[in-house]
Design a protein around this ligand. Sequence first.
Ligand code: ADP
Ligand code: MG
Length: 611
Amino acid sequence: MGLWSWVVGSESVRWSPQIERLFGLPAGSFDGTFERYLGAIHPDDRQWVKGLIEACLAPGAAPLHFEHRIVVGESVRWLECRGRVERDAGGTPQRMLGTVMDITPRKEAQLALEQSATALRLISELTSDYVYLGDEEDSPVPRVVAGSFERIVGFTTEQVRARGGWLSIIHPEDRQKAVEMLGALKQGQPLVGEYRIIDASGETRWLRDTMRPVLEGGRLVKLTGAVKEITREKQLEQQWLQAQKLEALARLAGGIAHDFNNVLAVIQSGIDVVVRRAGVAHDEVLTDVRDATERAAELTRGLLSFARRPLGAPQVLAMDAELNGLKAVLVRGLGERHQLSFEIDAAGVAVRIEPGQLQVLLLNLVLNARDSMPEGGPVRVSARALSLDANDRRRPANLAPGRYFVIEVSDTGCGMGSEVMAHLFEPFFTTKGARGTGLGLPTCHGISLRANGGLTVQSAMGKGTTFWVVLPIAAEQPAPHTEANISIGGVERLLLVEDEPALRRVARRALVERGYAVLDVGSAEEALSLPEDQFAGISLVVSDVGLPGMNGTTLVQKLVERYPRLKVLLTSGYLPDEQAKTTLARGNLHFLPKPFSADGLARRVREVLDE
Ligand code: ADP
Ligand code: MG
């Protein structure tokens, strides 16, 4: 520290030798002028230092106290300067006296501190992670946090403390693990732990916490850590594991179903031969066996679909026309208690998919939505092209980020817990007891994958469910919207009367595959003896004309008398005879010549139902 004095207004500034040393001047070389003093000050500080000194001479001014820089050789140094003015009795300034002190080390430390505080603030603002420093307790709460603590946890540290500490917001299933980690930390072992918390809004989030304990005398006194939210990574990991599991299941199921189908084909054709040879068309045992093989064939068909065995050549279809064509089927499927809201924004979007499968897919999702709301409620179907980025939870793990056609089906129903979610796409997994088949979602999954897309879901108990069908957008022009593409399915209940077993089976399959519920019998007498309640929901009878015993025309006349609103489709290899013609003329009745294709039958059934 050096001393100085200045006789105000004169050229006489006096410095003690220490000041000369601070300014890097040889002892005794200072010439005592005010100009020389100012000249030694850092150019940026010179003007305001001069101003301060001059202002200090004014009557009643405060004593001098300031910090400024000087340039000594190549380096900049910081000085702290204090001074006061001596005045005569009239208040005129006579002399200034003061001290100068080198404060460079303190100043540099202070600047470094400010810089690191600024850096920390910037990092805190920019990072999506957070770091913490805490004192050890049984359920520690960080004392100092930098970064996105509140954004991740939803609570402030005070709120966490008020709730009873960190352990209290950890997911109940992970608490034991957290206690064990704390135990290891107390042994001085640094570790990286992954665990779940329940955030302020009740959502589960996954955290990865890199923890470092500080021990003193064998006791844990401080805990530091860096925390990253990994919820999305965990979701993708789960999806990936799920996909692996399903892949293995699909291979197994597909293999079994394929071989089993061959076995069934032998059994079915064997039964037909036995029936023909022995002429025992109405043998009860044979009928049971035939029905059982029919059910088995339906199961294997479901499995094959899940296993992604192709069900037809994919075609590039215009989504606009396809989806709008499906609306009526979905509305019928839902029934009156549920309202369908349908928002399609698909102009110009084409997707490569097997014809008919879009209907199976949406019908399954919509019917599941219906089942989740037994008391009724809204089902939303919306669709549009969307860009899904890496973090979008609608993006299936098997698809790269990008632009896709996304169909969303959502309900406000019972939702699903994690137990159900874990098995959702597995064949035969159902919570609906005998009413469910557990083949709906596996089929949907198979269809989306065969179209090189995927299926994702979000749901919570009591909070409804949303499924997203994500499909790649095709670059090619769509095929013209032919009749074959138009939906010819439905969910009505039908009664099928046909005495020829093979034909009855083909017809039944054609209708069941397109969504209808089919009750089938082999004769008019059987049809008439069906109990009332079986008839309740039936909208249409498809009957052969030439039946053993009572013929089809007489049968439908009797049925229409009983149920006037019943619609009828007669089929025959002959043109309608006189009796049939008169009956047909009475309305409500329609005719389909034999032989017919599966599509031909389905299209005619749809037409008659829609009439
Ligand atoms: P099923 O409908 O025959 O049970 P699925 O494969 O279609 O078979 O569905 C499997 C299970 O998934 C259902 O039993 C149900 O528990 C659950 N599920 C599917 N969709 C929904 C939904 N929208 N809301 C609630 N649970 C659903
Ligand atoms: Mg279902």
